[in-house]
Structure formats: C-alpha cells, structure tokens
Design a protein around this ligand. Structure first.
Ligand code: HEM
Length: 461
C-alpha cells in the first residue's frame, strides 16, 4: 500500500520517548528532535502517542479545515475541570462554543478593541511610572512586571476590575489560585492517570483553587446584576451578560460566563506577558533593531502622550512583535485531528483518534520558507511587501481558522502600545550583560530570570 511508517525516535519500554524529551521543557525537547527527525514525526510519552508537525508543507495541509479540526488533547482535557466548555477548551460541536463565539467576536474585533485603548494605556502608564520612580539602581524582573501588566490590563478592559498588581508586592489570591490550578492541570498531563489519582493532597488543593476562581468570577457577575447601571456596561463582561446569540437568540448562562472569564484571564495574560518579555530580550540583543524602532517612535510621537493614531504609524514595532512570535511563539502549539481517516502528505495514515501537534517554534524555523538565517531576529521579514510572498500557513502563533485566537487584536494592540511607551520613555540594559536566554515552560513559554535596568530618557533627548 501507499501507507508509510512515520519517523520516530527509538522507544524504551513503558516510558516510550520520555527521556528524549525533558518533561520540564517539552517544547525545547521537541525542537531538538525535529533537527533529527524532520517536519513530521511521532513520539510516545507515558503511553500516549502524538504526532509532531513542523514543516510548512505538512502544516499547510493540517490547516485545511475541511479535513482537520481542533483536537481537545490531554492538556486541554485537563483544563476542563477548571473552565469546562468555555471557548478555549470546548469541542467544535458543543453548543456553547458557537454561542459564545458569535456573541464575543464583535467585542474582540478591531472596533471593540480600539475602545479598550484607554484602559490599556492606564495600566501601561502605571508600569512606566513605577519604573521611573524606582530609577536606574533598581533591578526589574521583566516577566514578573509584564505579568502584572497583562493581568491588570485584561481584567480592567474585560470586566472593569482592578487587580492593582503594581501597588502590591504580593500577587492577589486569585492569581495564586489560577497558577496553582494551571500547574496541577499541566502536571496531570505528563503523568499516568493512576499516579494523578493517588495525589490526594494535590487534588484537594486543585479543587479548592478552582472553587476560588469561580467564587471571584461569580461575585463579579453578581455585582453587575445587582445594579442596573453597572449591568449596562459595554465591556466584555457586559456583552456576555446582555448579548444574545444572533443564531439561536439565546444568551450565555452565568456558569458559562464565569468559565469564559477565567479563560480570558488565563489565555490573555501569560501569552502576552511572555511576548513582551521575549521582545525586550531580543531588542537588547539586537541594538540596531532597537535604535531603528526608537528613532521611529521619536519621529512619530515625540514626547506626546501616545494615542491610538500613533500606533497606526508604528508598523515597524508590530513587525518586531511578529518576528518575536516567529522565534518564540509563547503558546507553542495547537492540536488537530482529521475529521475522517485520511492520508497526510499522501502517505501517513491518520485517524480521528490521533493527536497531531502543530509546533510553531519548529514551523517558524522551516528553512525552505525563512531561509538559512532562521535564528536571526529580522523584523524586516514582515515588511508588507516581503510578508506577502510567504507561503500560506508559515506563521501560526495564534492558531488556525475558526478556532484561532479570539484575543489576537487585543494582545497585539496592548503589546504594541507598551513597546512604544518603553522605547519612548527609557533606555534599557540587561542587568547581567552576559545573561543567556533560558526558557521556562508551563502552559506558555517565557524567559527565565530576565532582569533589566532602565533609565528615564530626558524629554529633550
Ligand atoms: C486561542 C495564542 C492572547 C484568548 C488561542 C490559540 C493560540 C493562541 C495559539 C489556539 C489554541 C488552540 O488551537 O488550541 C495566543 C497568543 C497570545 C494570545 C500567542 C498573545 C500574544 C490572547 C488574549 C486573549 C486570548 C489576550 C483574551 C483576551 C483566547 C481564546 C482562545 C484562544 C478565548 C480560544 C478561541 C476559540 O477556540 O474559540 N490563542 N493568544 N488569547 N485565545 Fe489566545
């Protein structure tokens, strides 16, 4: 027959390829394996087989939604006890996916996101002020501050709720509960079921954390319902409370709204804070890019308070973010499966039970698409005229098709603004000039121990 065996590293009894992949850094392990096994291979981890896709040719085929769709893989399955059938973790055919998608798409569209600009600038200003006040003697933990920023931004813009993370050393209990629940969900994905079942203490803590998340979300919903003025607010929460699905005429149940709220906080803050952290690192390692971006900001905005209109003239900064997401897509992959048994590339048999992970960091290093300088940080790759020549589905940091990231315009506008403000207001330097990039992996990737010092630029500079 035409069916071929998929390349796979040699397996060991019981553990499969576990030792080929460092379980604390699985994405980086798979990137390494791709150097040997190419754009499509198979691994077996703790009894679960998984296909890894990383060439543009293969990924392009997998992005055909008439043949393939989102798979709720073991990681997403383990998030469902926290957020059930909210947008990120729902199966395509679950009614709440379509309902929430149709109600929320306009709110997350260009118009909806533009209306959130003042909230984004409010929080970004808090971070800038803090950096100015601390002065250049202070060491700034970049991912920690970016996480405060993105968390406060999504909660203010989506629910009109202030975590005030920049005014507290301790992160709020909600954040501890969220991180705890997520870490547990993730560790369950890497261990056999019977091991998970025996972790009574950990499981109890997971339940307590999950309950706290829903209590906080439920309180925010109840506060709105208690007061007609606040119920009329037009933010994301308001749209979920008041919106009707144009197709069924139905609204979202409160329980589902709470699941969506937790989803936005989870999906909306780690990914964007990782993006801003990697961007900071890459700019410090590529001073010619930083200088070019800073000159543009000075020319377009000078010392003026940044406005939405400025961002439209700062396309190069957007390219910096896109190039950062090429090298370090902070949500490193997404899972798909075929609707029917099919042959991939005309030779590899896949069934609906299979899981195929599209690994963006591998895809984004396909030399047939990006050339031989794939590791170089070159935002000019995304000059409009050049980007137009890229083959389809070569750059996928936001996933694919109907199940792609609904928060993309939100994340890009927020990161664009923060990057512009940083360049406008500060000179940046690595605290340790010899810092070597090390990447922490959880649900997302972010640079570990990345610390900088900042010096306010004088207004006349
Ligand atoms: C889906 C990446 C920011 C909310 C996704 C997916 C990716 C992704 C890869 C597809 C996942 C899959 O197929 O399983 C990112 C990155 C971000 C970012 C790299 C920042 C740089 C945000 C923000 C929000 C958000 C700010 C919310 C405010 C969501 C939701 C989904 C999603 C709700 C599920 C959409 C659906 O299936 O209907 N994101 N995301 N994301 N993202 Fe994002």
């Amino acid at each position: 027959s035409d069916v071929m065996r998929v390349p796979q590293p040699p397996t060991k009894p019981f553990v499969g390829n576990l030792f080929d992949v460092d379980t604390s850094k699985p994405v980086q392990g798979l990137m390494k394996l791709a150097e040997t096994y190419g754009g499509f291979f198979k691994v077996s981890i703790a009894g679960d087989d998984m296909y890894i896709a990383g060439s543009q040719e293969i990924v392009n085929e997998l992005c055909d939604e008439s043949r393939f769709g989102k798979k709720i893989d073991v990681t997403l399955e383990n998030l469902r006890p926290i957020v059930a059938d909210a947008l990120f973790t729902a199966h395509d055919e679950e009614p709440n996916w379509g309902k929430a998608h149709r109600i929320l798409v306009p709110a997350f569209g260009p118009l909806g996101v533009r209306s959130m600009f003042p909230g984004m600038r409010d929080i970004a200003e808090q971070m800038m002020l803090r950096w100015e006040r601390f002065g250049s003697d202070a060491v700034i933990d970049v991912p920690a501050d970016m996480t405060r920023l993105t968390l406060d931004t999504i909660s203010l813009c989506a629910f009109d709720f202030r975590f005030n993370s920049f005014y507290n050393d301790e992160l709020p209990p909600f954040v501890g509960a969220m991180t705890g629940a997520l870490d547990k969900a993730l560790s369950r994905s890497l261990r056999p079921k019977f091991v998970n079942a025996l972790d009574f203490t950990g499981n109890r803590k997971f339940d307590v954390n999950t309950a706290l998340l829903h209590t906080v979300a439920g309180e925010l919903i109840a506060d709105r319902r208690a007061d007609p003025n606040s119920l009329a607010k037009d933010d994301l929460l308001g749209r979920m409370l008041n919106g009707r699905d144009p197709e069924t005429g139905e609204g979202l149940a409160d329980e589902n709204i709470a699941n969506q709220m937790v989803t936005f906080l989870v999906a909306g803050h780690e990914t964007t804070s990782g993006l801003l952290s990697f961007t900071t690192y890459l700019l410090l390692r590529n001073p010619e890019v930083l200088d070019k971006a800073r000159a543009l900001v000075d020319e377009v905005a000078g010392d003026n308070v940044l406005q939405l209109a400025h961002l439209g003239k700062l396309r190069y900064l957007e390219q910096i973010l896109m190039e950062t997401l090429r090298l370090w897509p902070t949500a490193a992959g997404f899972a798909v499966a075929p609707h029917e048994t099919t042959l991939l590339a005309g030779k590899y048999e896949l069934t609906p039970e299979d899981t195929v992970m599209v690994m963006s960091p591998i895809l984004h290093r396909d030399t047939t698409v990006w050339g031989n300088d794939v590791e170089a940080f070159v935002p000019e790759r995304f000059d409009p005229a050049r980007a137009e020549l890229l083959p389809p589905n070569a750059w996928k940091p936001f996933g694919n098709g109907a199940r792609a990231c609904i928060g993309r315009p939100f994340a890009m506008q927020e990161a664009h603004l923060v990057l512009a403000m940083m360049l406008q207001r500060f000179d940046l330097a690595l605290d340790d000039p010899d810092y070597e990039l090390s990447i922490h992996e959880s649900l997302t990737m972010k640079p570990e121990d990345l610390c900088i010092r900042v010096t306010a630029r004088s207004p006349s500079a």
